[in-house]
Design a binder for this molecule. Structure first.
Ligand code: LLP
Length: 399
């Protein structure tokens, strides 16, 4: 069933563009595929990718945990049904108030990113009479083949604690009555399609774990973060990412004798393909060098092309023509970077044509801004075919 547009006494009004459209059926199929190959791994959904309540609720119903990066995300995750014992909290700049939210709700783990953060966590835990599980986020200095703005595992990135300081930090945790070291956390970047990057991460983790083992430090869980990319070029042929190969890389390359539980924090690969941004052509303008199709969605609605030069597939919703023209598909915002595609081959476009910008389910709606005092895009859904959300294997669930 399609819930798009509003019905007034049998008359159907089309949704006003721009709007986000979420295919909950595809999301459900994606979750089923994911869980079918996840084995005993613990999967946390990276809430930052999409905070839509229906999406988050469906994901929590499937038993996943949540990876949060702010106090508000923790509260949101709890409201959407994620159990506190499955919530992990990452981020380089957690405020005292945010740490207190995590402590108050007894979340599963704080992924700590600096020695000073650890001291503050300890002080706050003492003040509140709480205990906290800690995973140290390690910066493994591993390259990821992705856009420079979404690589996180190199020394020049602000994330994590370098290996060189690891023992010092572990000693601090061991001396604290409030803190309990349970794991190591890693995340080398996002939209990674080259599995060798994850293989390198696994080798780096093995090295760190065996050195810690030699120092007498035992680690219960490893969290390898997220980062699995999706097919932006061909979302129609590959609506669900290859989770199997991804898990296989870790399962066959990590030395499992050195830890007990394996955790993942996936965002984009879960929700990326289930979302689209629908927009209308306002004007077609012939320039000297090129032809522009000016649409009513802009970088305020989907910033990925402007910020990361991301190339989303764009299709015409109703097409009757075969002949291909080339357009720069641009938004209405007063910025030259407000371009969705340059020189993009498309059937003839005219005013009023509806276009669908594919693969916008992750880091789309969550990054909407009000620049130019723009309205927020509306949202509509395609319902999941089955509302039987609970017939799933719970093996993956974090204890
Ligand atoms: N864990 C940590 C610690 C992260 O920083 C992230 C994403 C994830 C997990 C989830 O990564 P994923 O599975 O979604 O790749 N706005 C950018 C992406 C920023 C990613 C931030 N961190 C974009 O639109 O490409």
């Amino acid at each position: 069933m399609l819930f798009c547009g509003i019905s007034f006494a049998k008359k159907k009004y089309a949704m006003k563009t721009p709007y986000y459209y979420y295919d909950l059926d595809l999301l459900e199929q994606t979750l089923q595929k994911l869980l079918a190959v996840a084995g005993n791994s613990h999967i946390h959904y990276a809430v930052k990718a999409n905070t839509d309540k229906r999406i988050c609720r469906m994901i929590s119903n499937y038993g996943l945990g949540a990876d949060c990066v702010s106090g508000n995300e923790i509260i949101h995750a709890l409201r959407c049904g994620f159990h506190p014992s499955k919530i992990v909290f990452a981020g380089v700049g957690k405020t005292d108030e945010e740490i207190e939210i995590g402590l108050k709700h007894n979340i599963a783990c704080f992924n700590v990113e600096s020695a000073q953060e650890l001291e503050v966590l300890n002080q706050l835990a003492v003040k509140m009479g709480r205990k906290a599980n800690v995973a140290i986020r390690v910066n493994p200095n591993i390259h990821a083949d992705t856009h420079q703005y979404i690589t996180t595992g190199k020394y020049e990135n602000k994330f994590g604690i370098s290996y060189e300081y690891l023992l010092e930090v572990i000693e601090f945790i061991e001396d604290s009555a409030q803190l309990n070291l349970t794991g190591l956390h890693f995340h080398i970047g996002s939209q990674i399609l080259n599995m060798d990057n994850f293989k390198n991460l696994a080798s780096g983790i093995n090295l760190i774990l065996s050195e810690l083992y030699n120092e007498g430090v035992e680690i219960e869980h490893i969290n390898v973060g997220g980062g699995l990319g999706i097919n932006y070029d061909n979302p129609i042929d590959e609506p669900i990412p290859d989770f199997q190969s991804y898990f296989e890389v870790f399962n066959s390359n990590l030395n499992k004798s050195l830890f007990k539980h394996l955790h993942f924090e996936l965002g984009r690969s879960i929700v990326g393909q289930c979302g689209e941004l629908h927009t209308k052509v306002l004007y077609v303008k012939q320039g000297i060098a090129k032809q522009f199709a000016i649409v009513d969605a802009g970088m305020t609605d989907l910033i990925r092309p402007a910020l990361y030069q991301a190339q989303h597939r764009i299709i015409k919703k109703h097409n009757t023509e075969d002949k291909i023209y080339r357009y720069d598909i641009v938004g209405p915002i007063c910025e030259s970077s407000d371009v969705f595609r340059r020189d993009y081959p498309m059937e003839k476009l005219t005013r009023g044509d509806e276009l669908i910008i594919k693969s916008a389910g992750a880091y789309g709606e969550v990054m909407v801004s009000a620049y130019n005092l723009r309205d927020k895009p509306k949202v509509c859904y395609r319902e999941a075919r089955s509302s039987l959300l609970f017939d799933i294997d719970k093996k993956h669930v974090m204890n």
